[in-house]
Design a protein around this ligand. Structure first.
Ligand SMILES: [Zn+2]
Length: 198
């Protein structure tokens, strides 16, 4: 990566000074760019935090076969556009069984009682309603375990505190003491959205 510095015309600028004055901002931006991870690109798909290489096979019949050991996912599709649809179906299924299992496991620990749990095409990792319904993104399964688990704990905690108040964070910390770290990591993951890839 290179850093390009554009100087304003006709003004004397001490470049080194200007850069050092912004050093911490620059390094945080650099770190952000460097560490950003995408759920789905034309060549890879993230599953459980592992980036699998997409191996595309054109031809009749459609299907998708992940191979975690080889870190690959073989995709049979009639054309490239169908990859997204196959991944979506795969993720919906996996995210659904994951959230049902995790909510059952974690709800008693948090002390919350959700009325319903579902997986949807939403722009957030998760959200909840005041009547106790929890919804999670179809892409949840892509996240590393400690992050997808965090999303579930976060939403369950909202059933006790419907805000991000001190009380909410305090409760969150009892179940997930390193939640701030997990939030930071989650921020670096870019979910797939319809506009990003055709
Ligand atoms: Zn929240």
């Amino acid at each position: 990566m290179t850093l390009e510095v554009i100087l304003p015309r006709g003004r004397r600028v001490d470049v080194e000074k200007a850069i050092s004055a912004r050093a911490s901002w620059l390094s945080s931006q650099y770190e952000r760019l460097y560490k950003t991870r995408h759920v789905l690109t034309p060549s890879s798909v993230m599953f459980g935090g592992v980036h699998l290489k997409i191996v595309f096979a054109e031809g009749p019949g459609e299907g998708l076969a992940p191979n975690m050991e080889k870190r690959e996912v073989a995709v049979h599709a009639t054309n490239l556009k169908h990859i997204r649809e196959l991944v979506r179906r795969w993720f919906l299924k996996e995210s659904s069984s994951y959230t049902v299992r995790k909510v059952n496991e974690l709800a008693p620990i948090v002390g919350a009682r959700p009325s319903r749990v579902d997986v949807r095409e939403i722009g957030k990792w998760g959200y909840c309603t005041r009547d106790g319904r929890l919804s999670f993104s179809w892409q949840l399964i892509a996240l590393p375990e400690e992050l997808r688990e965090y999303v579930v704990v976060h939403e369950l905690t909202h059933l006790l505190h419907f805000n991000h108040s001190r009380a909410f964070r305090k409760k969150l910390a009892t179940v997930c003491p390193d939640f701030r770290l997990r939030e930071k990591e989650l921020d670096l993951i870019v979910p797939y959205d319809r506009l990003g890839l055709q």
